[in-house]
Ligand binder design. Structure first.
Ligand SMILES: C[S@@+](CC[C@H](N)C(=O)[O-])C[C@H]1O[C@@H](n2cnc3c(N)ncnc32)[C@H](O)[C@@H]1O
Length: 186
């Protein structure tokens, strides 16, 4: 609820434009209250699998110029997409629509341990009451950035990706972690 994407981006450049996407109406209601602080920021309701619908949405068209490099952030959402819905294909469809020099940010829950993956996947499916995909292996996340230039330090537990300071919160356990990185389109 603080230092959201538009706040970080607009601190660097007040002209930055940001569109948030979620398909949950409750998230939307809270999101609009917290995130739509100015006319350079919008929150839209959409299913992230609907790439064409999102890229053609009036707010996206109004705010984002796809002739210029942009950043597409899949932050902690790809574990909501089951393998049967091809999350790598979803990321690829978006990457293909971005100008060269654009950035793709991806991270999701992973575990090295099969029993932990099954347990957390099952637990989250029951507790969210929402759509839910799966906890994956770290190497499955690498597939999301295939064909892109992966920026240093590569794919890592997210709190260790270029932390702002030593005081940044660290993942409490290594059993299952939020894992990802940043790729740049050619
Ligand atoms: C773990 S939260 C991450 C939210 C945010 N990106 C962040 O980092 O704080 C996952 C979000 O994805 C949303 N979500 C799940 N499946 C979705 C889908 N198919 N399309 C759009 N949003 C989805 C959920 O409603 C939830 O708000």
């Amino acid at each position: 609820t603080q230092d959201n994407v538009h706040q970080v981006a607009q601190l660097v450049d007040p002209a930055s434009r940001v569109v948030y996407i979620d398909n949950d109406p409750i998230v939307l209601a809270h999101g609009r209250a917290i995130l739509e602080e100015n006319d350079r920021t919008a929150v839209i309701q959409a299913d992230m699998r609907d790439t064409d619908g999102i890229l053609g949405h009036p707010e996206v068209v109004r705010l984002i110029d796809f002739d210029e490099p942009v950043a597409a952030l899949f932050v902690s959402v790809l574990h909501c997409i089951p393998g049967s819905d091809d999350p790598a294909g979803l990321v690829r469809r978006v990457a293909d629509r971005l100008a060269p020099g654009s950035f793709l940010v991806v991270c999701q829950l992973v575990s090295e341990d099969a029993a932990t993956r099954d347990f957390v996947t099952d637990y989250m499916a029951k507790s969210t009451g929402n759509q839910w995909g799966e906890v994956r292996r770290p190497e499955d996340v690498h597939v999301f950035l295939e064909g892109l230039e992966v920026l240093p330090p590569g794919l890592v537990e997210v709190s260790t990706w270029r932390p702002d300071s030593d005081l940044a919160p660290k993942q409490a356990t290594q059993e299952w972690i939020e894992y990802g990185g940043v790729g740049r389109t050619w």
